[in-house]
Design a protein around this ligand. Structure first.
Ligand code: TYM
Length: 333
């Protein structure tokens, strides 16, 4: 008999075009793990509403995010790719879990602390309880493994705490998920301020590279990347954060290890190195961009994928939600 595969779950915010941080830190691992797990990948459009959005842009970005994941190699024959808002169990379980989560633990989340600074006086409740919705996403599917970049590790620990608390209070209900953080690319830094995480919301567009950036733009952004006053291509996160980040990106794009990269650029200046990184990234992204352009025209194919995955996810999610409702004592007829 064929052994049942373990469940893998992950999500991504619909920013439209993802950064190479999203790609090397998360999406690439998703693609590689598809054969070994029963995978669910979610475009988390409800999470996107925790910061201000223009409705028509959110709609467009959600669609483009979905097809970018397909273009990057998520195979709908193997994995279930869907929109969070199409499965109402996410919002329902999030509410229920809110009743088992503590203000103190949510207030300690570094992402909340960072993002709330940008919202001024009126910080949205949704931003605060954001990790509870993320816990609901993961726990609904009885997930074993959650591949994420390093910045999501704290949210995953919280998910495990909430799940254990619920299980202890009632009886085993949720699987306790394990994080999966890749050895390489788990924290790609800004090209302009290498002590900061690369993020699409950065005001400086030279700080990040997106999966939609044309080849010449990619190469230009790498040429402008901040390095240091030394000339040696050597991996040292502390002393040489800019160069080390570029080495990590180059390693992700080419598969070469740091020792080989150091050797490759021995005696050469940073100029050659930066050009090589830019070209390697552009080469990695070219097939994704080509496939994206094709998929964008094939609305019927996308509709079919969404319809199939929505039916499947609703079935799976409602099983867990029903269990939770019974355990907490909600009345049923
Ligand atoms: P999001 O949309 O910010 O990012 C999606 C994934 O990309 C990773 N990532 C990075 N990895 C390396 N270097 C970077 N500079 C970088 N920037 C982003 C993130 O770690 C993430 O894995 N809360 C999540 C989305 C989410 C989710 C979930 C994830 C919602 N529900 C359930 C897993 C399971 C988020 O905002 O990711």
């Amino acid at each position: 008999m064929e052994e049942k595969k373990k469940i893998l779950y992950s999500g991504i915010q619909p920013s439209g075009s993802f950064t190479i941080g999203n790609y090397f830190g998360a999406i690439k691992n998703w693609v590689n793990l598809q054969d070994d797990y029963d995978c669910y990948f979610c475009v988390v459009d409800l999470h996107a509403l925790t910061v201000p959005q223009v409705p028509k842009d959110l709609r467009k970005n959600s669609f483009e995010s979905f097809i970018t994941l397909l273009a990057a190699g998520i195979d709908p024959e193997k994995s279930t790719l869907y929109f969070q808002s199409h499965v109402s169990a996410h919002a329902e379980l999030a509410w229920l879990l809110n009743c088992y989560s503590y203000m103190g633990e949510l207030g300690r989340m570094t992402q909340f602390k960072d993002k709330s600074k940008k919202q001024g006086e009126n910080i949205r409740v949704g931003l605060y309880s954001y990790p509870v919705l993320m816990a609901a996403d993961i726990l609904l599917y009885q997930s074993d493994l959650v591949p994420v970049g390093e910045d999501q590790k704290q949210h995953l620990e919280l998910t495990r705490d909430i799940a254990s608390r619920f299980n202890n209070l009632y009886s085993p209900t949720f699987k306790i998920p394990e994080p999966y953080i890749g050895k390489k690319g788990a924290r790609i830094m800004s090209l302009q301020e290498p002590e900061k995480k690369m993020s699409k919301s950065d005001e400086n567009i030279n700080a990040f590279v997106t999966l939609q950036d044309p080849r010449d733009v990619i190469i230009k952004k790498f040429k402008r990347a901040i390095t240091d006053s030394d000339t040696q291509v050597r991996f040292d996160r502390k002393e040489k954060p800019g160069v080390s980040n570029l080495m990590e990106i180059y390693s992700c794009a080419t598969g070469k290890d740091f020792k080989d990269i150091e050797k490759e650029f021995e005696g050469k200046g940073y100029g050659d190195f930066k050009t090589a990184v830019g070209e390697a990234v552009a080469d990695t992204l070219a097939p994704i961009q080509k496939r994206f352009a094709e998929l964008k025209e094939d609305k019927a194919y996308i509709k079919e994928i969404v319809e199939n995955s929505t039916a499947k996810t609703n079935r799976a999610a409602n099983r867990t939600l029903g269990k939770v409702k019974r355990k907490v004592g909600l009345f049923e007829v």
